[in-house]
Design a protein around this ligand. Structure first.
Ligand code: NAD
Length: 468
């Protein structure tokens, strides 16, 4: 449904049901399953983002005051890369995979045939509204499905641009956008889908999974969590500080699912780290970061107030060692560092998803394993160290969606790595071939001829047969 149609007519259960019926008809016709259709639609998406780059930058400025370079790198650049990898590799991904068969079935041959699931639903979040919408859609199309995208209402300019552009560039008999909030999403969730791919918070993730369970629909849940960053004292301090800042404030001002949520370091080293972060923050965003064009604003007043509550809690308000400035009228919060916050504070109990960075101090870095493992499994965990033994321990002992040693966030751009959570940070994964797999059924096929038809398997089960 296009943005214009949406404003004229409420999207309810009836509209959702007829949309799914229409797309199911299109899927059943077989058109989405051909290699040519899949390639043509991925090329159309690529053309769309290349031709409409300025409009995309503009929509993100309107929704989040997102710096254009961040949009070009993380939303457009990453998405273009997904399309290019898909165009290059799709033939190979679609090819049946020959596998060994069993002595029991001799003579026979076996293969795994990738098969599209059918009609799928993608529900996306507001913080990277283009990438988080279009990246799963590429996987769904590449795998040969019909797809409905429901972008986030919290980023309205991006949502309406997505509806407009997909309406214009894509084959609308099989690819559609439904705009809306809870009511519209609820209407969509009541339908039977062949897969639901949801990005957002865990509370809604549970609603999505419960709705999917009614139809035995499989889900991918791309959720969040508190991603820890452990910093050893043997690091290159300047590079470490710059990379933490880039992953925290250089990614949507902390409103990113894999932004460093908090730091763990030793008591002795913490003041040095804080000083290095302060110096580099000032180099990047100046003395008055509230005025910087290189920092996104907070997406809404709800999120602004939520963040202020975390910062103003009695237990932590005197722990601010850098930043703390805010401007409610512009929904801006400056990069803020809090040192030695208590572990039972609000800021350490929920995902921050904003520009506040608490630091927990420990006597020995090994204690960070207990700190991390006492919480739910995060989407990402970062370690800065030169100690190879400690790296090994970290990889072994920390369970998270993904790990990155000596940097932040960049594991996201390596599309040979699966991107997804574990435990409370989600289930399933995507990017590169993993996106194709997320929307594909791997069908087992065994081929036999008519020779070698041993009578052993057939009744009567005589004593002689039982002895064999
Ligand atoms: P959001 O508010 O945009 O919600 C996500 C989607 O859920 C939207 O499309 C929204 O319309 C829908 N929704 C909201 N309430 C609903 C309800 N009651 N019933 C049905 N649908 C509903 O985004 P958000 O949840 O604020 O996103 C932030 C969270 O997402 C953070 O936890 C973050 O870590 C996580 N996230 C994860 C990833 C990832 O790739 N793993 C990426 C981005 C964000």
């Amino acid at each position: 449904m296009s943005g214009e149609e949406y404003s004229e007519k409420k999207f309810d259960g009836e509209a959702a049901s007829s949309l799914v019926k229409e797309l199911r008809g299109s899927f059943s016709s077989g058109k989405t399953q051909s290699y040519e259709w899949r390639i043509s639609q991925v090329k159309a998406l690529l053309k769309m983002v290349v031709e409409q780059q300025d409009q995309i930058i503009h929509a993100l400025r309107s929704d989040l005051a997102k710096p254009p370079l961040e949009t070009v790198v993380y939303e457009i650049g990453m998405f273009k890369n997904s399309c290019e990898v898909t165009l290059k590799e799709l033939k190979q991904w679609m090819a049946p995979e020959k596998v060994k068969s069993s002595i029991t079935t001799f003579p026979s041959s076996a293969e795994i045939v990738p098969e599209p699931l059918g009609v799928v639903l993608v529900i996306s979040a507001w913080n990277y509204p283009f990438l988080l919408s279009l990246d799963p859609v590429v996987g769904a199309i590449a795998a040969g499905n019909a797809v409905v995208l429901k972008p986030s209402e919290i980023a309205p300019a991006s949502s309406s641009l997505l509806a407009k552009l997909l309406g214009k560039y894509m084959d609308n008999s099989s690819i559609r956008v439904v705009e809306g909030a809870v009511d519209e999403t609820t209407a969509l969730l009541q339908q039977k889908w062949d897969k639901i791919f949801y990005t957002g918070n865990g509370k809604v993730g549970r609603i999505v999974m419960a709705a999917a369970a009614k139809h035995l629909t499989p889900v991918v849940l791309e959720l969040g969590g508190k991603s820890p960053t452990v910093v050893d004292s043997n690091v290159n301090l300047e590079v470490t500080a710059r990379r933490i800042i880039s992953g925290k404030w250089g990614c949507n001002n902390g409103q990113a699912c894999i932004s460093p949520d908090y730091i763990i370091t030793t008591k002795d080293f913490a003041p040095l780290l804080v000083d290095a972060l302060k110096t580099e923050l000032e180099n990047f965003f100046g003395k008055n970061p509230l005025e910087s064009n290189d920092l996104s604003r907070i997406v809404s007043s709800n999120h602004f107030n939520r963040l202020i509550k975390l910062m103003d809690e009695d237990k932590v308000s005197d722990k601010i060692v850098y930043g703390g400035a805010k401007d409610e009228s512009k929904l801006r919060i400056a990069p803020t560092i809090l040192l030695d916050v208590p572990r039972d504070s609000l800021i350490m109990s929920e995902e921050i998803f904003g520009p506040l960075l608490p630091i927990i101090t420990v006597n020995k870095l090994e204690e960070s394993f207990d700190v991390i493992n006492s919480g739910t499994k995060p989407l990402a965990a970062y370690l800065f160290t030169n100690d190879n033994k400690f790296k090994e321990q970290f990889v072994k002992k920390v369970s998270a969606g993904g790990l990155l040693i000596n940097d932040t966030v960049l594991h996201l751009v390596v599309c040979t790595l699966p991107f997804g959570g574990v435990g409370d940070s989600g289930m399933g994964a995507y990017h590169g071939k993993f996106s194709f797999d997320a929307f594909t059924h791997r069908k087992a096929v065994l081929y036999r001829g008519f020779t070698g038809d041993s009578s052993l398997r057939y009744p009567p089960y005589t004593d002689t047969k039982q002895k064999c």
